[in-house]
Design a protein around this ligand. Structure first.
Ligand code: 9WN
Length: 430
């Protein structure tokens, strides 16, 4: 499948190729993000994957989410990785022996979380085939689990005490080495590289990945949390941040959960109320009028983090957002170059830390670009949305469903055959 900037990709071929990626990455109960780099189930990946998978097999998409929900902890958290027991424990670092966690024997997981895209995905998966979902009791079984997940985020994770969910590890943002984390991470004493063995570098170029110093800090934070029993109140968090993308996704998921509640005969009102509260807190605490962008807030050091990451554009997908016009200006401005670069870069194109090929320090990602695409549609920006969609389809076709692409050249980086890239393509083609 080929497509360049000038010739549009062959749609039927692209659809077939995307379906093939999802089939190849299916394990029997869930989908691995990549057969090489990420051979287990990841939390927010599964939500994005389910959104694409529903167009191929609504039943399989339900299963994907059910597998993740089946690994939920008693406190309501959905772990960011559910380890595939058929895969060798050392195929990925940090693996099950590092995390030493799980809801019950036989299910091994990490102990941290990822952005809450799940209720949003569950609602759309339901809508793809309500009859099949009804036969399987999909929504009825998912609803209490999704509600408990949101409750966890709204209580134990409200570390700032003002209505937003906090993340306690860069991996929880899903944007691991975003320059937004450089300041807060500088306080974290790194574990020396001799104390752990990275597996990612067996499968990807080191210039495309986080550095050893980053990993040393990731390992320190994760082991401190683990050694405090993953107890949010007892852990002396060296890293605690309020992230606008994480919280905007919580808003979208609460709105979706209200629909789910309605469909299963529960009360939707608390979910709508919570969506309003989180939106108000986002505007109050994370909106930065001078830059026209939502910023991250550092709960340990205090104050907004003055790095312009794509997380700050994600609230565009929130319906009725009062600052949408400002965000649109920022998206189309010099920092994110909407319409002039490939997809949506993960970090300020003019920023001091911008690197076009290094992971979340500049490259464009398909899941985030899709959220911005939905935001453009939400606010009536059809022409820009169509251009972004075309840019995503071209980039996916050219790169063999790469994990991320260079926003300046469109060249693929990281893994190929990446599941949410394929899933996003299926969603865009539907
Ligand atoms: C750590 C699986 C995950 C994504 C994240 C992405 C990357 C893991 C890693 O891969 O993170 O969770 O090993 O780098 O940053 O967004 O969910 O695809």
């Amino acid at each position: 499948v080929r497509g360049t900037r000038s010739d549009a990709p062959d749609v039927a071929g692209l659809h077939r190729a995307a379906a093939r990626v999802l089939l190849t990455n299916w394990t029997g109960s869930s989908t691995v993000p990549s057969r090489t780099l990420y051979p287990h189930q990841w939390s927010w990946d599964s939500a994005f994957i389910a959104l694409g998978l529903r167009h191929l097999s609504p039943r399989r998409a339900q299963r994907e989410l059910e597998t993740l929900l089946g690994a939920q902890w008693d406190d309501g958290r959905l772990p960011h990785i559910v380890f595939d027991t058929a895969t060798p424990a050392d195929a990925y670092f940090p693996g099950p022996r590092f995390w030493r966690a799980g809801p019950y024997p036989g299910v091994r997981t990490s102990g941290i979380v990822q952005p809450p895209v799940h209720a949003l995905a569950a609602w759309e998966v339901f809508r793809a085939d309500p009859a099949e979902a009804g036969r399987r009791g999909f929504l009825t079984r998912a609803y209490p689990r999704l509600a408990a997940w949101h409750r966890y985020l709204g209580t134990r994770r409200d570390l700032g005490g003002r209505g937003l969910a906090a993340i306690v590890h860069p991996w929880e943002s899903g944007m691991d080495n975003s320059p937004c984390w450089d300041g807060p991470l500088a306080r974290v004493e790194p574990v020396p590289p001799s104390r752990f063995r990275r597996r990612d570098l067996d499968h990807a170029a080191s210039a495309d990945r986080p550095t050893d110093l980053d990993y040393g800090r990731y390992v320190r934070l994760a082991s401190d949390y683990r050694d405090h029993g993953y107890d949010d109140a007892a852990t002396p968090h060296a890293f605690a941040v309020e992230d606008p993308a994480f919280n905007a996704l919580l808003v979208l998921s609460e709105l979706a959960l209200a629909r789910v509640a309605d469909a299963v005969g529960a009360d939707p009102a608390p979910h709508r109320k919570r969506a309003e509260e989180v939106t108000a807190a986002l505007l109050d605490l994370l909106w930065d009028a001078p830059s026209g962008l939502f910023l991250c807030r550092d709960l340990v050091g205090g104050g907004l983090i003055r790095e312009y990451g794509v997380a700050g554009l994600v609230p565009l997908a929130v319906p009725g957002l009062p600052v949408a016009a400002d965000l649109l200006r920022t998206a189309a401005g010099e920092r994110f170059g909407l319409g002039r670069v490939h997809m949506v870069p993960s970090y300020d194109l003019t920023g001091h830390a911008f690197e076009p090929a290094r992971y979340w320090r500049g490259p464009s990602w398909f899941n985030i670009s899709r959220l911005v695409h939905l935001g453009l549609l939400e606010h009536g920006e059809t022409a820009r949305a169509d251009a972004l969609r075309a840019s995503m389809l071209r980039a996916a076709a050219r790169s063999g469903f790469a994990e991320y692409v260079d926003p300046l050249t469109g060249e693929g980086h990281g893994s190929t055959g990446f599941a949410w890239t394929a899933a996003t393509v299926l969603d865009l083609l539907a």
